[in-house]
Design a protein around this ligand. Structure first.
Ligand SMILES: *Cc1c(COP(=O)(O)O)cnc(C)c1O
Length: 227
């Protein structure tokens, strides 16, 4: 099969089955700029990366109407490399990180949209805040000082397992947390997005209330981490 055609076909297959309220983030991490261009030419405008430097390099080379989403675990000292262009940061898991995002956004005179990452998986390796900490963060007085960030929703990753019932339970938990957190609003906290679902589980995620899915391998093929 022609490689270029398959990216387009994969995208079209996924998009044709998506409800209108669900945004597809095409996860292009480890993939070359040429693969992103193929997806772009097929109409895709939202791309997700998990490494700041890799995203910044790709952003420089690619059309400026692309929306870049940072989906990976983020270190505070890397925020400055993407603050001028990033459209949404999915993995915010501390007030310290939010403060740094605010500081860098201010330097560029912009407001950066963020999602709070909640831990829903049973594995130790998945990052994220507890519901309790997320609630404390969005109801804190300190949040009101951050005029250059906007918390627009939550993000979560289910356990890596074949147990579909467990995955659905974890997604349902995130939706329940989202509904509860949504009751707290302020000028910089307006929860409307739930980022959950990847190649293997996005259909379940949508059934459980996802509004944003992050799909990589089902669009671009398996990743090769050895190169
Ligand atoms: C890599 C990655 C994805 C995409 O994974 P696929 O299984 O290739 O669809 C989604 N979310 C995050 C946070 C990722 O790191």
């Amino acid at each position: 099969m022609n490689f270029d055609m398959s990216i387009k076909n994969n995208l079209n297959t996924i998009k044709s089955a998506l409800p209108n309220h669900v945004t597809l983030v095409a996860v292009s991490k480890t993939k070359p700029v040429s693969a992103i261009i193929e997806a772009y030419e097929a109409g895709q405008r939202v791309f997700g990366e998990n490494k700041v430097q890799e995203m910044a390099q790709k952003q420089e080379q690619l059309p400026k109407d692309i929306e870049w989403h940072m989906i990976g675990h983020l270190q505070s000292n890397k925020v400055k490399y993407m603050a001028s262009f990033v459209s949404l940061i999915h993995g915010v898991d501390s007030f310290k990180l939010l403060k740094e995002i605010n500081k860098q956004a201010l330097k560029h005179n912009r407001v950066i949209d963020c999602l709070l990452q909640l831990k829903i998986a049973s594995e130790d390796s998945k990052f994220g805040m507890t519901y309790k900490n997320a609630k404390a963060l969005i109801t804190s007085e300190d949040l009101l000082d951050l005029k250059n960030i906007n918390i627009v929703g939550v993000m979560g990753m289910a356990t890596f397992t074949d147990n579909e019932a467990q995955i659905k339970q974890e997604f349902t938990n995130l939706k329940t947390h989202f509904d509860a957190l949504k009751l707290s609003t302020s000028f910089n906290c307006n929860l409307s997005h739930i980022s959950m679902g990847m190649s293997g589980d996005y259909k379940s995620a949508i059934d459980c209330g996802s509004t944003m899915i992050r799909v990589g391998s089902s669009i671009f093929g398996a990743r090769n981490y050895t190169i």
